[in-house]
Design a protein around this ligand. Structure first.
Ligand code: FRU
Length: 487
């Protein structure tokens, strides 16, 4: 395939299509030493339209090779979100010779004047996902009475020896089971009267994670919630922590928890079939928001994915609450391997700016500060002489605010220029440990041991000219600020 031309806003290390529109990641699966990322794709325009599954593969979750379209619309409808698994033991009968991939996706049938019908379908591949055959018994699961009946996420449930599907069903998640991916039986429905219901429930994922530093594990249910103009956040993702017995998901409590406090992390799900020796739960999401996704600046392509992240669970010291922690995958350490600039052992004093010169197209910044007596500690990423993004830490609130109002165009949405804010877990507000991943059109923040993440699009003319650090109303001891760049 031809080298991708670098146009404005095109990321260097996040996946974005060469042409046209993408949204949700689909069919995330690891097979034969490749990470497969399928995605919602409209091949005839740079706004949402009749959905196909686009396809890209990677060896390291950073360099992606875009392949031919994997799934085209058919008589059952266009191809909405779904998942993919490896059928290791030929439960489907599709693989008498050797294991292969099965995609389980929503067929979205929409004809003018008729009600929308969403059903679940299968396709299988004998050549590592390069070509697909639709199952001739499609659809395999039909809606009884719900128009929103979509986004199947399927996994093999070892303890009960069957396939499990989490499916978004309007304002709930329904769990189905199957011996062969073809015949599905309803197990239970979760979500009535619990969680956030300010939008349609979409793109669930259910998996088990170990609690850091223990042998204990919990089940985590991710639920993306669609846009609703009544809320300033637009579309976003909530999660529940609890137990799953192969049939019913029981949450530990009824708290509402958000996976990411930025506006641009949606419809994320995890990879299937990561080898046991690796053991990671790797996740990626669509880096946009339904509020403005169709209107963000574009150059013939529109949409990208977040950095791939490893998910874990952590028990908070302050109150025993169990929360998700997320860290960029370790492969990024190989990519961002050069120290481009560094400041160490500085006292940040009131009103004085420390300037770090670094003209970069992408970077991975690590900052450690202690003895923060200042009311506010800030980092300004100067994209050029006019455009900048500010990241403020308020010690009184123990919270982070990201301001992207001056980071490039934002007139495509009233909401885009609004500050993004998140409280940090942990009680030590006199120290800060922050990681910033920057690319041509995005900033991803990770703090508080990964328990706080904020993913934001920005549209500056350039990624970075220099970075300044400041303290307001007091001092702070900068232990280090290291800016890593690609070789
Ligand atoms: C989420 C979503 C899914 C649906 C897909 C359609 O962003 O609305 O529920 O399957 O996008 O493109």
């Amino acid at each position: 395939m031809e080298a991708i031309k670098k146009t404005a806003y095109r990321p260097l290390w996040h996946f974005a299509p060469q042409q046209n529109w993408i949204n949700d990641p689909n069919g995330l699966v690891y097979f034969n030493e490749e990470y497969h990322l399928f995605y919602q794709y409209h091949p005839h325009g740079s706004t949402w339209g009749p959905m196909h599954w686009g396809h890209t593969v990677s060896k390291d979750l950073i360099h992606w090779e875009e392949l031919a379209i994997a799934l085209y619309p058919d008589e059952n409808g266009t191809i909405f979100s779904g998942s993919a698994v490896v059928d290791w033991h030929n439960t489907t009968g599709f693989f008498p010779e050797e294991p292969g991939l099965v995609a389980i996706f929503t067929s979205h049938h929409e004809v003018k004047g008729e009600p929308v019908v969403q059903t679940q379908s299968l396709a299988y591949s004998y050549d590592n996902g390069r070509t697909w055959t639709k199952y001739d018994g499609n659809p395999v699961l039909c809606a009884t009475n719900k128009p929103d009946f979509r986004d199947p996420k399927v996994f093999w449930h070892k303890d009960s020896g069957k396939w499990l599907m989490a499916l978004a069903t309007e304002q709930t998640i329904s769990f189905y089971s199957s011996p062969d991916l073809k015949a599905w039986e309803l197990e239970s429905e979760f979500g009535d009267g619990i969680g956030f219901h300010g939008g349609v429930w979409e793109c669930p994922d259910l998996f088990q994670l170990t609690i850091e530093g223990t042998e204990d594990s919990k089940w985590v249910l991710l639920v993306s919630v669609g846009d609703n103009p009544d809320y300033q956040e637009g579309s976003r993702t909530q999660y529940f922590v609890g137990q799953f017995d192969g049939s019913v998901f029981t949450p530990d409590d009824d708290e509402i928890r958000w996976l990411d406090f930025g506006r641009d992390n949606y419809a994320g799900v995890s990879f299937s079939d990561i080898p046991e020796a690796d053991g990671r739960r790797i996740y990626t999401a669509w880096m946009s928001n339904w509020r403005y996704a169709n209107h963000v600046p574009s150059n013939g392509w529109r949409g990208s994915m977040t950095a791939a992240r490893t998910l874990g669970l952590k028990r908070l010291e302050e109150n025993g609450e169990i929360v998700i922690v997320q860290h960029p995958v370790k492969e990024l350490g190989t990519y961002f391997s050069r120290v481009a600039a560094e400041a160490k052992g500085l006292l940040l004093t009131d009103g004085r700016k420390e300037v770090i010169d670094c003209s970069l197209e992408a970077f991975d910044l690590r900052l450690e500060a202690v003895q923060i007596e200042a009311r506010e500690l800030g980092i300004i990423i100067h994209h050029n002489e006019e455009q900048y993004t500010t990241i403020q830490y308020s010690s009184a609130e123990h919270a982070i605010t990201l301001l992207r109002k001056h980071a490039g165009p934002n007139d495509f949405s009233d909401m885009f220029a609004q500050p993004q804010h998140m409280k940090l877990h942990g009680s030590a507000s006199d120290r800060l440990s922050l990681r910033i991943l920057a690319d041509a059109a995005s900033i991803e923040l990770f703090l508080a041991d990964g328990s706080a993440a904020m993913t934001s699009l920005i549209f500056p003319d350039q990624t970075c000219r220099r970075i300044t650090l400041y303290a307001l109303d007091g001092t702070a001891q900068l232990v280090s600020c290291t800016v890593l760049a690609a070789e």
